[in-house]
Design a protein around this ligand. Structure first.
Ligand SMILES: Nc1ncnc2c1ncn2[C@@H]1O[C@H](COP(=O)(O)OP(=O)(O)OP(=O)(O)O)[C@@H](O)[C@H]1O
Ligand SMILES: [Mg+2]
Length: 251
């Protein structure tokens, strides 16, 4: 499991994470919601050891992420991470993209890595796109490719940072479906999202972050449908406002 104990993270004078305590249990899907700047992405990057922390501790399967004695590259293999922006290598085909880390990091043979890559492409519904370049894939397919790349390291945990928010609305569903599939298979997941419907349908628990703190945590029924804190209620009212506000901010 992932244990987050009183974690503090600052960027210069700015406190971004202010004493967060959270547990992510095996097989659980925990959603993180909160306004822009509330610290969601930073928290994922701290879990993954991409960002140092200034207080507290994050423990993954009993290993302290920020302990200098920890082999962070080894630990990171347990933690797949997928971002909003697809980050595939443009000159490599889908299967080459997925096979790369198993070959380089896990030292698998070329044929073993390709076999593993094909398996994970099929897993995310891209079995027939193995030889396509990323530019020949739709946005939704590219995000599923990014998920396949993370899965090819056979992680114990998957961290998702707004993986659907750059997609055209008609492509969102296929990516969410892939995440639901992983959940059904028992993957432990931390999902940063603005998609309240996804939270409602899929999250075991949801944490609302406000100014670097966990303001409210519970089931979707508790936090989304019956929020107790005023900040949560305010945030949800804003999120639920029809797409007009999103369109204006995008324009
Ligand atoms: N590398 C950095 N250097 C300095 N400040 C940073 C850095 N990364 C993030 N921040 C600041 O930390 C705060 C939290 O950022 P973070 O990206 O975690 O927010 P978020 O909740 O993911 O927001 P969004 O919903 O917009 O993605 C913001 O005020 C941001 O400007
Ligand atoms: Mg973010």
């Amino acid at each position: 499991m992932i244990e987050i104990r009183n974690v503090k993270k600052v960027f210069g004078p700015l406190t971004v994470i202010n004493g967060i305590n959270l547990d992510v249990k095996k097989g659980e899907l925990l959603c993180l919601i909160g306004a822009s700047g509330s610290g969601k992405s930073t928290l994922l990057q701290c879990i993954n050891g991409l960002e140092p922390i200034q207080g507290g501790e994050i423990i993954v399967d009993g290993v302290s992420v920020h302990d200098p004695k920890t082999n962070i590259n080894h630990l990171r293999r347990k933690l797949g991470i997928v971002f909003q922006q697809y980050n595939a290598f443009p000159h490599l085909t889908a299967i080459e993209n997925v096979a790369l880390a198993p070959r380089v990091v896990l030292k698998k043979s070329r044929s073993e890595a390709r076999k593993l890559a094909q398996k994970h492409l099929e897993h995310v519904g891209l079995g027939d796109k193995a030889n396509s370049l990323p530019s020949q894939l739709s946005g939704g397919q590219q995000q599923r490719l990014a998920i396949a790349r993370a899965l090819a390291m056979e992680p114990a945990y998957m961290l998702f940072d707004e993986v659907t928010s750059a997609l055209d609305p008609e492509l969102v569903g296929e990516v969410l479906e892939t995440m639901r599939l992983l959940k059904r298979e028992g993957m432990t997941m931390v999902v940063v999202t603005h998609d309240i419907n996804f939270v409602r349908e899929s999250a075991d628990r949801v944490a609302f972050l406000h100014q670097g703190e966990v303001c409210e945590i519970g089931t979707a029924e508790e936090v989304i449908d019956n929020p107790r804190k005023e900040q949560t209620q305010k945030f949800l009212r804003r999120e639920r406002r029809p797409a007009i506000s999103n369109q204006t901010s995008a324009a």
